[in-house]
Design a protein around this ligand. Structure first.
Ligand SMILES: [Zn+2]
Length: 248
């Protein structure tokens, strides 16, 4: 009896120390290539590489249980990413993307990191354009009606997850800027489909501009990808410490 209760104690201690469940979502995949660099590198490939490195870092730094929405070059709809992620009952969701500009002049001149959390209204014209580009692959046969969208957003804004998404975004962004020395384009808000309906704190990181000649080249280097992955993991760790301090 005594042995059994000791076993039960040991098991509950193991459960208590089991790391957080984190979903890492590499943007795009398959025919959905995402943005492209001046030398022809695809966003979908760099996003997957950074996501795999991030998974390893979260496991190493936090003992996190990390699952990827895709672990190879495959197409996954935005809807399926959200539904599958919710089914895993995650503690956090991080979508990894690279940014891009449309015109030659803008591609030459725009670089830096933006970190997003969900909001009904974009925090500026540029944030609105980023969301429009990342949402472009949303082809649900039953498009979200205005009412459904309003409902989801209203629901999210009431929830604790929304405030935590903001905290997570700031924690990750700060670490990313410090580690990479990239231009700080700030924490932003916008209506991303891949962040809607998630039942956990969720952010989307635009790790840099793949369209910029220098930053685009850096983003394809494993060393730079690793630096970014380590920084995101440190941000997650800082966020989890904030949350646990708040709940004590
Ligand atoms: Zn993207």
């Amino acid at each position: 009896m005594r042995y059994l209760s000791l076993c039960a104690l040991a098991l509950s201690a193991v459960a208590a120390f089991a790391g957080p469940v984190v979903i890492v979502d590499p943007g795009h995949g398959g025919a959905q290539t995402g943005a492209v660099s001046p030398t022809g590198a695809w966003e979908k490939d760099a996003a997957l590489e950074i996501s795999k490195l991030l998974k390893a870092e979260l496991e190493a730094q936090l003992g996190a249980r990390v699952k990827l929405t895709r672990d190879r070059d495959a197409m996954v709809t935005l809807h399926n990413r959200v539904d599958w992620a919710n089914a895993q009952k995650p503690d956090l969701f991080i979508s990894v993307h690279l940014n891009s500009m449309p015109t030659q002049k803008q591609r030459q001149g725009t670089e830096g990191i933006e970190t997003y959390f969900l909001s009904a209204e974009a925090s500026g014209d540029q944030a609105k354009k980023v969301a429009a580009r990342e949402n472009a692959e949303f082809h649900d046969k039953r498009p979200k009606s205005g009412d459904t969208l309003a409902f989801i957003l209203a629901d999210l804004q009431r929830s604790e997850a929304h405030a935590d998404s903001s905290r997570l975004a700031y924690a990750v962004h700060e670490e990313l800027i410090a580690a990479t020395g990239a231009q700080d384009r700030g924490v932003q808000q916008a209506p991303f489909y891949v962040l809607m309906g998630l039942q956990a704190p969720a952010i989307l990181v635009e790790v840099g501009f793949i369209s910029h000649p220098d930053e685009g080249a850096r983003l394809a280097e494993t060393g730079y990808q690793q630096k970014a992955a380590e920084a995101i993991a440190r941000g997650v760790s800082a966020f989890l410490q904030q949350v646990s301090a708040k709940n004590r």
